[in-house]
Design a protein around this ligand. Structure first.
Ligand SMILES: NC(=O)c1ccc[n+]([C@@H]2O[C@H](COP(=O)([O-])OP(=O)(O)OC[C@H]3O[C@@H](n4cnc5c(N)ncnc54)[C@H](OP(=O)(O)O)[C@@H]3O)[C@@H](O)[C@H]2O)c1
Length: 101
């Protein structure tokens, strides 16, 4: 039986041209999902409540060549969730129209 390796660099798997919103991306599961999606070529938007940690992560991902943007958002606050969705809808629409810019 063929063993399928799921991980970075496997040309059979690609998320190029795809956009993903991954909430809670500065630690734990969200952080791991972002790096895996980014390795497969996805453009990602993320959030967390801590600006400093978020900025550090965004800087590190930029250094790694990943296309990840993000902003502070407390998902337990409805107004902040609504604002996040507006931002993401706008950005992903832009990404679909002008990929890579
Ligand atoms: N770890 C496991 O083995 C496991 C297993 C099953 C299920 N889960 C569930 O999966 C989720 C993530 O687990 P994890 O271990 O990866 O958690 P974690 O290490 O605590 O990371 C959570 C991430 O979410 C952000 N976050 C937390 N509350 C937030 C809020 N109100 N608004 C926006 N961002 C928020 C955190 O940043 P800030 O604190 O800076 O906002 C951080 O980036 C949790 O719901 C957990 O219960 C985890």
């Amino acid at each position: 039986m063929e063993q399928i390796e799921i991980g970075s660099g496997d040309a059979r798997w690609s998320l190029k041209g795809m956009s993903a919103l991954v909430t809670g991306g500065t630690r734990g599961i969200g952080h791991a999902i972002i790096e895996e999606f980014a390795r497969f070529g996805a453009v990602i938007y993320t959030c967390s409540r801590n600006q400093k940690e978020l900025d550090e992560c965004l800087e590190e991902w930029k250094r790694m060549g990943f296309r990840v943007a993000g902003s502070v958002c407390d998902l337990s606050v409805r107004a902040q969730r609504d604002k996040l969705m507006e931002t993401v809808a706008w950005l992903f629409q832009w990404e679909n129209q002008y990929p890579g810019e």
